[in-house]
Design a protein around this ligand. Structure first.
Ligand code: ADP
Length: 320
């Protein structure tokens, strides 16, 4: 509100300044004409009048052209400031949402761990039951750990302090290993893993594993239980492609560009049912960038989304 009032005030002052200049110019002209009338004869008066008229028009032109330049600069400034303010407001809102969601994400596993430990302390259960409760507690601890790891990785990627430990890796092997060694595997969705052998890229195993897990866990999180998820690694021209396809709700076209921003989550925090922090895809995008690759999202048919990570191959066949 204050911003718009200020803009209105500045534009009004600007218009007022232009009007005064034009008016002053006309006044000067009128006074000079009046003083000429007293002394000059008619033909000289006409000639002088034309000279003065020309001067006045030239000054008007100068005021108009300078005015246009100033006004354009002013409007450009207004536009840039408005954009920056909106960006800042959106980021502040997303940060607030992040704090809300991360505290929520921590609270529920911590409560589950505490409950399990208290129950174990109070009651004497047989060994199987004890084992089950302890492994549930470990599962929740792994979830918290993954959350913390993700937040740390996001901070390091953003601060450019992540050191890439690049080596030649088989993308297919990396994907299979990452998906089979998850400690907090949910088994809620059948995974269809199809990897081509010998798809080698120059990459950092740790961050690539994180990218794979973020994409697959999103597919699991956002699609209804038991819906299959397809994970593919294929060669396409000079690129290695990692594709994750789900049959969930999909992502509206207007959100496709925004979901890779930090803390961005589709919809409103109050209406969102799924857990999350809005960091996963931000991390994936950074990891793609670090590997000179790219990430894109497409619609799956008839429903769902396809996330495609693309990296340059190291084992390119020489082009004939
Ligand atoms: P988070 O999942 O923690 O909210 P992400 O950065 O991983 O954060 O994702 C950003 C947003 O993109 C999510 O909030 C969700 O709305 C949307 N999204 C991501 N993956 C999918 C998917 N596979 N299907 C539908 N929506 C998705």
């Amino acid at each position: 509100m204050i911003y718009y009032l200020l803009v209105f005030y500045v534009l009004f002052q600007f218009g007022w300044w232009a009007y005064l200049l034009v008016d002053l110019n006309r006044e000067v002209y009128n006074q000079k004409i009046a003083s000429l009338k007293k002394v000059d004869s008619a033909p000289e008066l006409i000639q002088e009048n034309q000279v003065l008229l020309k001067k006045m028009h030239e000054r008007w032109l100068m005021v108009a052209s300078e005015g246009i330049v100033f006004l354009s600069l002013l409007l450009l400034g207004v536009f840039i400031t408005r954009k920056a303010i909106y960006k800042e407001v959106a980021l502040a809102r997303q940060q607030k949402n992040f704090i809300l969601s991360i505290t929520h994400e921590f609270k529920s596993p911590l409560a589950a761990i505490k409950l399990n430990l208290q129950t174990l302390l109070k009651h004497q259960f047989e060994k199987d039951r004890q084992q089950l409760m302890l492994s549930q507690a470990i599962h929740e601890t792994d979830r918290i750990n993954a959350l913390v790891e993700n937040a740390l990785l996001a901070a390091r990627l953003e601060g450019h302090s992540y050191k890439l430990d690049a080596e030649e890796v088989s993308l297919g092997e990396l994907v299979s290993l990452a998906l089979h060694s998850r400690t907090y595997m949910t088994y809620s969705h059948p995974l269809d893993i199809q990897v081509e052998p010998d798809v080698f890229i120059s990459g950092d195993t740790l961050s690539l594993t994180s990218a794979v897990l973020n994409l697959v866990e999103n597919a699991e999180k956002y699609s209804p239980e038991n819906n299959p998820i397809k994970v593919e690694v294929i060669k396409q021209g000079r690129h290695a492609l990692l594709r994750v396809t789900d049959t969930g709700p999909g992502i509206p076209d207007e959100e496709k560009g925004k979901i890779f921003e930090k803390f961005y989550r589709v919809g409103n925090e109050d209406t969102r049912r799924s857990k999350g922090t809005g960091l996963g895809l931000f991390i994936v995008r950074h990891i793609a960038d670090l590997h000179h690759g790219s990430i894109l999202v497409k619609n799956n048919q008839p429903k769902g989304s396809i996330f495609e990570l693309r990296f340059p191959l190291t084992n390119q066949e020489p082009s004939s």
